[in-house]
Design a protein around this ligand. Structure first.
Ligand SMILES: *[C@@H]1O[C@H](CO)[C@@H](O)[C@H](O)[C@H]1NC(C)=O
Ligand SMILES: *[C@@H]1O[C@H](CO)[C@@H](O)[C@H](O)[C@H]1NC(C)=O
Ligand SMILES: *[C@@H]1O[C@H](CO)[C@@H](O)[C@H](O)[C@H]1NC(C)=O
Length: 459
C-alpha cells in the first residue's frame, strides 16, 4: 500500500531563490507569500518574471474573494497577475485570474499577461516526495500577450476551476484523505459547489469510490485532464490544492474558520450518515456503546483481536470487527463506522475512516514498536483531536510485539531503534511496519477501554 511505500522525507529539497512580496504579506496576515525564481521544479528559466515590476505597496486586491493569497492588480489595474505560493513545504498552489485557457491533453495552462512568464508544476500536495510525484503529470503554466497568440476557447465558462492530480498514493485511505480530499475541501469550500474540477492522473474507480465527496464539492462533471482535448476557458483557476496539516485543517489559515468539524459534517452529509453525535449514555450503564476494531489482515495484524473484543465486551461495549480494503463499498463502510461510538486499530491507513465517526467519540490508536509514536500522533491523533474526539494513543510494550519471536531481547531492534531508523526508511519499514504484528496485553489495555467508556458516560 502507498502508505507503506512512503519514503523518508527527501533530502533533495528544491533549492530556490526566494523573492518575498512585502506588499502582499501586509494584507494577507498569516501567509507569507514567496515567489520562486529559477527553482529546480521549474524547467523554464523565469528571466522576466512579471513581479519584477512589483505593484505599489497599496496595490488593491482583486475582488473580495476568500483565500490568503489573492491576485493583485497591476498598477494599471487592467491586468490581473497570478499569485503562487511556492514556499509551503507540502504544496505548490497558483491562483490565476483573468483570461485562462486550459488544454488538458497537452498539460498546459495559458493565461493573459503582458510580461512573459512560464513555469511547470505538479498539482499534488506532496512536493517533497519524488516517489509520489513520479505518478503526477507535470503542468506547464505560460502567459500569452495577445489574443492571437493563444488557442481559441472551445468551451467558455464563467465558473472557476481547480486543477489537481490524483496521482501519488491514491487508493490508500490515509493518502486519499490527507493528500487530496481534505486539501480539496479546503481549496474548494469557498465556491460552494460552483466550481469545475479538472483532475489529472485519474483512476476511474477512485473517482467512483469518492463520488459522494466529489459531487458534494462540485456540482459539475469532473474533467479528466489527461484526456481532455478541447481548450476550456475560465475566469479564475486555482492550480494545486492547499494543504495545512496531515489529515486536518488549520482554521486560522482559512476564512470563516473552516475546521475539521466542518469536514466531518460535510462527510456525514455526503454519505447520508445518520448519526451526528455518539450515543448519549449519561449515567445509564445498560446502554451499550459500539466499538469498531479496524482489523488488518496483511501487516501489523492484531493477532489476538478476539481476546481484545472479549475484553471490550466484558466492560460493556458492543464490538464490531471490520476491515476496510481497497474494494470495500465505501458508502456501506462509512455507515458501519458511523454506527459506532468509538474506533480502535493498529497504526495504519484504515484509521483514516475515523472521519465517518459521529461527534463525541473516541479514537484509540495502537502504536507498534519502532519510534512510531510521533508519526502516529501526527498522522491521526492530532486530526482526531481537531475533530474534538477523545484520542488515546496506546504504545505497546516489547511483550506485546511479535518482534520478540524474531530477535533476541538484547537486539538493536529493541534497545536502539534509532540505529535501525538510521539505516533508512526501507530498513525501518521492513522491521517495524511490515514484519511486526501485535498481541495486546488485555490487562494493560483495560485502562484505555475504560477511558473510552468514561468519555461516553461523561454527561
Ligand atoms: C492526447 O494526446 C496524446 C499525445 O500526447 C495523444 O496520443 C492522445 O490521442 C490524445 N488523447 C486525446 C483524447 O485527445
Ligand atoms: C454500496 O452500499 C450502499 C449502501 O449499502 C448501496 O446502496 C450501494 O448500492 C452499494 N454500491 C455498490 C456498488 O455495491
Ligand atoms: C459533542 O461534540 C460537540 C463538538 O465538540 C460539542 O459541541 C457538543 O457539546 C458535544 N455533545 C455532547 C453531547 O457532548
Amino acid at each position: 500500500m502507498g502508505y507503506d511505500q512512503k519514503p523518508i522525507r527527501s533530502s533533495s529539497r528544491v533549492k530556490c531563490q526566494k523573492l518575498h512580496l512585502a506588499f502582499l504579506t501586509t494584507c494577507c496576515c498569516l501567509v507569507s507569500v514567496t515567489l520562486l525564481v529559477g527553482c529546480s521544479v521549474s524547467s523554464t528559466k523565469l528571466s522576466s518574471w512579471p513581479w519584477n515590476h512589483a505593484a505599489p505597496a497599496a496595490a488593491p486586491m482583486a475582488g473580495g474573494r476568500i483565500g490568503s493569497q489573492k491576485l493583485v492588480e497591476a498598477a494599471d489595474k487592467q491586468e490581473l497577475k497570478p499569485v503562487c505560493d511556492f514556499a509551503d513545504t507540502r504544496s505548490v498552489v497558483c491562483e490565476l485570474e483573468g483570461d485562462i485557457r486550459i488544454h488538458g491533453n497537452s498539460s498546459s495552462i495559458l493565461f493573459a499577461g503582458s510580461s512573459p512568464a512560464s513555469w511547470q508544476m505538479k498539482p499534488h500536495p506532496r512536493k517533497d516526495d519524488p516517489n509520489a510525484l513520479s505518478h503526477v503529470t507535470q503542468i506547464s503554466v505560460t502567459s500569452f500577450a495577445a489574443d492571437g497568440d493563444a488557442p481559441r476557447c472551445a468551451v467558455s465558462s464563467t465558473t472557476p476551476a481547480i486543477v489537481f492530480s490524483t496521482g501519488g498514493y491514491m487508493g490508500n485511505p490515509f493518502h486519499d484523505f490527507t493528500d487530496v480530499l481534505i486539501p480539496l475541501f479546503i481549496t474548494s469550500f469557498q465556491f460552494d459547489g460552483e466550481v469545475r474540477l479538472l483532475v489529472g492522473d485519474i483512476a476511474p474507480w477512485w473517482i467512483q469510490k469518492y463520488e459522494p465527496i466529489l459531487t458534494g464539492l462540485s456540482r459539475h462533471d469532473i474533467i479528466d485532464l489527461n484526456r481532455d482535448d478541447v481548450v476550456r476557458c475560465f475566469p479564475h483557476v486555482i492550480v494545486g490544492l492547499r494543504f495545512h496539516k496531515e489529515m486536518s485543517i488549520d482554521p486560522s489559515r482559512t476564512q470563516n474558520g473552516l475546521s475539521m468539524l466542518d469536514f466531518g459534517r460535510f462527510v456525514r452529509r455526503s454519505f447520508a450518515l445518520r448519526r451526528e453525535s455518539a450515543t448519549k449514555l449519561g449515567a445509564d450503564r445498560n446502554k451499550k456503546p459500539r466499538l469498531l476494531i479496524i482489523a488488518r489482515r496483511a501487516t501489523r495484524v492484531l493477532e489476538n483481536v478476539d481476546e481484545v473484543a472479549r475484553a471490550a465486551r466484558g466492560l460493556g461495549f458492543e464490538v464490531v470487527v471490520a476491515e476496510a480494503g481497497r474494494k470495500t463499498n465505501l458508502t456501506a463502510f462509512a455507515r458501519l463506522v458511523n454506527s459506532c461510538d468509538g474506533m480502535m486499530g493498529v497504526h495504519g491507513a484504515g484509521l483514516a475512516n475515523f472521519v465517518f465517526l459521529p461527534m463525541n467519540t473516541t479514537l484509540i490508536q495502537v502504536v507498534p514498536l519502532g519510534q512510531l509514536d510521533e508519526i502516529a500522533r501526527v498522522d491521526f491523533g492530532a486530526a482526531a483531536e481537531d475533530m474534538e474526539m477523545k484520542y488515546v494513543q496506546y504504545g505497546i510494550s516489547e511483550e506485546e510485539s511479535t518482534l520478540i519471536e524474531q530477535y533476541p531481547r538484547d537486539h538493536a531492534v529493541f534497545n536502539d531503534p534509532t540505529a535501525i531508523t538510521k539505516q533508512g526508511w526501507t530498513a525501518r519499514r521492513s522491521v517495524y511496519l511490515l514484519n511486526q504484528n501485535v498481541r495486546i496485553d488485555v490487562v494493560r489495555f483495560r485502562d484505555v477501554l475504560i477511558q473510552a467508556l468514561e468519555f461516553l458516560h461523561r454527561e
